[in-house]
Design a protein around this ligand. Structure first.
Ligand code: NAD
Length: 297
């Protein structure tokens, strides 16, 4: 391996420490404790794990965590009534509705019912529009984490060629907007892209957010490029059991790239750290307190 391994776990710990320090100051100087409300509908096992982990880390940085666990058959009107209560609760500065929601609930309707100022996932249509027009917004956590790691590694990203593989609303599209905001020349590739290897070979920055195990091989990577692997895929091990891999083939890509994030231990830990950073940002904005440097786009 010749590439620098970008340690998302260590970076996330640094971000959390920075958030915790600001939370202490908010409490001491302004008597404010940031509060994050997480709403989970149903019993999806992966969502339960995420929600537990979010709650634990929220408390660890000194914030208040409010968990709302609702039955899988909760009606849309009951869920909207809860969101309305949270929107109007001054102790709640951030609201996150864990996705996916059960099929009978309209995700767009639910997300757009959240007060955009408390939308710490950055999925509300107002925040999407603000990000797209280069204005101050709440930025989706996973792409924000990727941007932080890229800025940390490169300093300025200005003028770099970037390819984002995947065009989801959660990762691909906001990632492309953020890279554009940092003056990269951005290509968004997806399942219908004609020459994916060609697009990747031109890129100084490759962000893979596809959900296909190890689909990007090392011979697609431009020598010295930075590879950010968002994918989280569970595959069978030949000797039995399973393991997590990303969307890029780590060993062959690491032999060519200049820097690369591993899976696990890369983008994943940054996502929750950025959720905490967004909750802090939302609290500062709601109270007219200066926002911490380096924790937003
Ligand atoms: P998604 O399924 O919504 O989108 C996948 C995208 O990949 C689509 O836009 C599709 O066009 C594209 N795609 C599919 N097949 C392709 C192909 N053969 N070639 C090129 N593009 C192709 O997924 P998502 O929510 O954006 O998540 C992507 C991956 O990132 C998943 O593995 C997910 O688990 C992971 N993820 C990780 C985190 C994290 O915190 N690390 C957060 C969100 C998502």
């Amino acid at each position: 391996m010749s590439a620098v391994r970008i340690d998302g776990k260590a970076f996330a710990a640094k971000v959390r420490a920075q958030v915790a320090e600001h939370v202490t100051r908010l409490k001491q100087d302004h008597g404010i404790t940031p509060g994050l409300a997480v709403v989970l509908v149903g019993e999806d096992p992966a969502s339960q794990v995420y929600v537990r982990s979010k709650g634990k880390q929220t408390v660890e940085v000194g914030m208040n965590s409010y968990e709302h666990k609702l039955e899988a058959d909760t009606s849309e009107s009951d869920l909207l009534a809860l969101i309305d209560r949270l929107n109007n609760d001054p102790a709640v500065h951030g609201i996150l509705v864990q996705l996916p929601l059960p099929g009978h609930l309209d995700e767009d309707l639910v997300i757009n019912a959240i007060d955009p100022a408390k939308d710490v996932d950055g999925f509300h249509i107002s925040n999407v529009g603000l990000l797209g027009t280069g204005q101050k917004s709440m930025v989706p956590c996973t792409p924000l984490g990727c941007l932080m790691m890229l800025r940390d590694h490169h300093g300025s990203l200005s003028g770099m060629d970037a390819v984002v593989i995947g065009r989801s609303n959660i990762v691909g599209k906001p990632m492309a907007q953020l890279l554009l905001g940092d003056s990269c020349t951005v290509t968004i590739a997806h399942s219908r892209t004609k020459d994916l290897p060609g697009a990747v070979r031109r890129a100084d920055i490759v962000v893979a957010a596809v959900g296909r195990p190890q689909m990007v091989p090392g011979d697609w990577i431009k020598p010295g490029a930075t590879v950010i692997d968002v994918g989280i895929n569970r595959i069978d091990k030949p000797e039995g059991g399973t393991r997590l891999v990303g969307d890029v083939d780590f060993d062959s890509c690491a032999a060519v790239a200049g820097a690369i994030t591993p899976v696990p231990g890369g983008v994943g830990p940054m996502t929750i750290a950025c959720l905490l950073a967004n909750t802090l940002t939302a609290t500062c904005r709601a109270n007219g307190v200066a926002e911490p440097e380096g924790l937003t786009a």
